[in-house]
Design a protein around this ligand. Structure first.
Ligand SMILES: [Zn+2]
Length: 309
C-alpha cells in the first residue's frame, strides 16, 4: 500500500529507491491537504507581491507601496527606496543628466573571503542593474540647477568604495565649477571592506572636494536616510550646510551593540535615530519623503539668495 501511495505522490515518476517512509506516517499524509486549507492558500500568493510592514505589520500590496514612494500607507514607515525611484521623485521630468554612468569598481586587492569581491560585484550588478552604490548627475529641482548624488543601499549595502568616492568627488567638483548647489542623499553601511584602504581614502577625497565647494560659498545639503553609518557618516554625510534626515532613520558611526559593548553603558532610548539626533543638534530637520522635493526647493530658495542662478 505504501509503495502505491508514494508512486502517486511522485506524479508517476518511476520509483528508483525503495520507499523508506514508515507506513503510519504515510497513512496520515493524505489527510493533511484537506485539513490545512490555509497552507494551500499561502502557496497561491506569488512571492514578491506583498510586503509586510516591519513597523505596523500590515500586509501591503507592492504596487501600492511603489505608488506611495515606498512608504507604508498605514503607519508612514519609510521603506528603503532605490536610487532611480528617488531621483524620479525629486527632479523635474527629463532634467537628470547622469554623470559617469559606466564607472565600475575593480577588485584591486584581489579580495578573497567567503566570496570574492568580483563575484559579489557581478551578482549585485545583475540583481540591481546598477554599476555601483551611487548615481550622480546634474538636474533641475524646481527652478534650481543642482548637482545631485543619490546612494543606493541595494548595491552592497550602499558601501563606499573607490567608485562611490570618485563619482561623488567629480559631482562636487562639477558643482564647484558650475556654481551649483550640491545635494547628496546618503544611505550606507560605511566603507567597502573589499577595497580596504582605498575605500577609506574616499572619506578624505570627498571631504576635500566639499571644502573647495564651500570656499566658493556654494551650498551643500546632505540628506540622511535609513541607515547612514560609519565612513560615510564620518565624511561627506555630516558636512552639509544643512543636514536633513528622513523620519526614524538610523544614523550613527558604529552600531548600538558595538557602542554598548565598548562603553559598558546603557544607551538612552531612541539612540541613533533621526529624532534623537535632531533633539541633540546634529541634524537640522526631519523631512518625510513625500515632502522632500518641496522642502528642498524651499531650502534652495533660501540658501541661494543673492547668488547667480
Ligand atoms: Zn506600517
Amino acid at each position: 500500500m505504501a509503495t502505491k501511495f508514494l508512486t502517486k505522490e511522485k506524479m508517476g515518476v518511476e520509483q528508483v529507491e525503495p520507499a523508506l517512509t514508515p507506513p503510519l506516517e504515510s497513512l496520515t499524509l493524505p489527510q493533511k491537504p484537506k485539513l490545512g486549507t490555509s497552507k494551500s492558500r499561502k502557496r497561491e500568493i506569488p512571492e514578491g507581491l506583498w510586503t509586510k510592514c516591519p513597523s505596523c505589520e500590515a500586509m501591503i500590496f507592492d504596487k501600492e507601496l511603489d505608488a506611495n514612494l515606498k512608504i507604508c500607507p498605514k503607519c508612514d514607515h519609510h521603506f528603503p527606496i532605490g536610487s532611480r525611484e528617488r531621483i524620479h521623485s525629486l527632479v523635474e521630468t527629463c532634467s537628470f543628466e547622469e554623470m559617469d554612468a559606466n564607472m565600475a569598481s575593480v577588485d584591486v586587492l584581489g579580495f578573497k573571503g567567503v566570496a570574492t569581491y568580483k563575484s559579489k560585484l557581478d551578482a549585485y550588478r545583475k540583481k540591481s542593474t546598477l554599476k555601483d552604490a551611487v548615481v550622480t548627475g546634474i538636474c533641475k529641482i524646481g527652478s534650481h540647477r543642482v548637482a545631485l548624488g543619490v546612494m543606493d543601499f541595494g548595491f552592497l549595502g550602499g558601501s563606499m568604495g573607490s567608485v562611490v568616492g570618485e563619482k561623488l568627488t567629480r559631482l562636487i567638483e562639477r558643482g564647484t565649477e558650475g556654481h551649483l548647489p550640491v545635494i547628496i542623499i546618503s544611505t550606507s553601511g560605511g566603507a567597502r571592506m573589499y577595497e580596504g584602504m582605498f575605500s577609506l581614502m574616499q572619506m578624505a577625497k570627498t571631504s576635500a572636494a566639499l571644502a573647495y565647494h564651500a570656499q566658493q560659498r556654494l551650498p551643500y545639503i546632505s540628506v540622511l536616510t535609513h541607515p547612514t553609518t560609519a565612513g560615510v557618516m564620518a565624511s561627506y554625510a555630516t558636512l552639509g550646510d544643512l543636514i536633513l534626515a528622513e523620519p526614524k532613520a538610523m544614523i550613527g558611526f558604529a552600531g548600538p551593540r558595538v557602542i554598548k559593548d565598548t562603553t559598558q553603558a546603557e544607551l538612552p532610548p531612541g539612540f541613533q535615530t533621526a529624532e534623537f539626533l535632531l533633539d541633540h543638534g546634529l541634524i537640522d530637520a526631519i523631512v518625510p519623503r513625500k515632502e522632500m522635493k518641496d522642502r528642498l526647493i524651499e531650502y534652495l530658495n533660501y540658501v541661494t539668495v543673492g547668488q547667480k542662478v
